[in-house]
Design a protein around this ligand. Structure first.
Ligand code: FES
Length: 369
């Protein structure tokens, strides 16, 4: 069937000018919608369908029963009141639960948990209840009839468009920009440089991170201690397949212990040295390897070790790292291997770092090479 044949098959009532502005939506030609019978075989599929319109309006209980409407009104008011309570709770938690660096680690963690919990509950109540209240109000009490608003033509009239063109042309002529290139060029320069102070003022939003994202607390000679129980580790403490979460000794005495702990978390794993590739063996001690626990995708702790396959799995987005091949990414969104911490032992036989990390740990950032 040609395009002309198809046009002829449409009745005059069905044919609409596409830009009439009031035309009802007409589905395009194609397979019959679900639930409608397919046309008999050999028959052409019609190009146009009847507009089914809106379903019949059915009054709600709140339309018929004033007591139901009153109940719904109370429910909406209760949700809004709960939202107010949540806001006050969040404000109270913010100002009363103080989280300061000079607290001990245990108390600091406790305060952080309490503050986060109360802020979370408060903000959840504040936002969820106000949203739920508005939805409930709209569904139960606002006029419930559906109606269609036709889209109007947005184009201005030809007269308005001609007038706008004339005003612009007059303005350009009066400003003399075309005739005075000196003014035009200095204006362009002034406008181009005007945003620079705003960019420079961004420096006041906080101290620059400098190299703090690239270095960790680890350095040569620091002992590996179990996290959180503490205690140095000898190679003999680990059997093949065992995994230990470790921190550098003394990290809790750092100026910002929480920040340092967040970057320095390491997983120590013992493998059969024959299972390790050459690159991994470079930083290993008797088959014991140490890798940053911070996922190189978005920084979650990579804590799931599969002993049989020697794979480390990040629970957040399932990035998987092969420990026997220098923690290369074998699955998931992470783009870089987990950085390795080179190991050795001190004269007493305890595991120590042979050096710091040789690359930044954690997710990529703008200054990472
Ligand atoms: S944070 Fe680990 S996979 Fe996304």
């Amino acid at each position: 069937m040609t395009d002309d044949d198809r046009r002829d098959a449409v009745t005059p009532q069905q044919r609409q000018e596409p830009d009439s502005g009031n035309a009802p939506a007409v589905p395009a030609a194609g397979p019959a919608p679900a639930g409608e019978p397919e046309p008999p075989e050999g028959q052409p599929v019609p190009d146009r369908f009847e507009d089914p319109g809106l379903p019949e309006h059915r009054p709600r209980s709140t339309d018929r029963d004033p007591r139901a409407a009153r109940r719904a009104e109370f429910q909406v008011a209760a949700l809004f009141s709960l939202s107010v309570t949540g806001t006050l709770l969040a404000l109270a938690a913010y100002y009363t639960v103080q989280v300061e660096d000079d607290l001990g680690v245990a108390e600091l963690l406790g305060r952080l948990r309490l503050s986060t919990l109360l802020l979370g509950i408060g903000l959840f109540l504040a936002l969820f209840c106000v949203g739920a209240g508005v939805v409930h109000w709209a569904r139960r009490l606002m006029p419930g009839e559906e109606w269609t608003e036709h889209r109007h033509v947005l184009r201005g009239s030809d007269t308005d468009r001609a007038e706008a063109r004339r005003i612009l042309a007059d303005g350009a002529a009066e400003s003399g920009l075309g005739r005075r290139p000196l003014i035009r060029n200095t204006l362009v320069g002034a406008l181009a440089l005007a945003p620079l102070p705003a960019i420079a003022l961004l420096r006041d939003t906080g101290p620059l991170p400098e190299d703090s994202l690239s270095r960790t607390f680890w350095r040569a000679g620091l002992h590996l201690v179990r996290d959180p129980e503490g205690g140095r580790i000898r190679p003999d403490d680990l059997v093949v397949g065992s995994v230990v979460h470790v921190m550098p000794e003394g990290v809790d005495e750092a100026e910002h212990p929480l920040e340092e702990r967040a970057k320095a978390a390491v997983l120590v794993i013992r493998l059969d040295p024959e299972d390790l590739d050459q690159e991994s063996l470079g930083g290993a001690h008797e088959g014991i390897v140490a890798y940053s626990k911070i996922c190189t995708h978005m920084g979650c702790p990579v804590g799931l070790y599969e002993q049989q396959t020697r794979h480390l799995l990040c629970p957040c987005h399932q990035s998987t790292f092969d420990v026997s091949r220098h923690c290369q990414v074998i699955f998931g969104p992470a783009k870089r291997p987990l950085p390795q911490l080179p190991l050795t032992v001190d004269p007493e036989g305890y595991l120590v770092a042979a050096d710091g990390f040789r690359e930044a740990v954690g997710p990529s950032f703008w200054e990472r090479g």
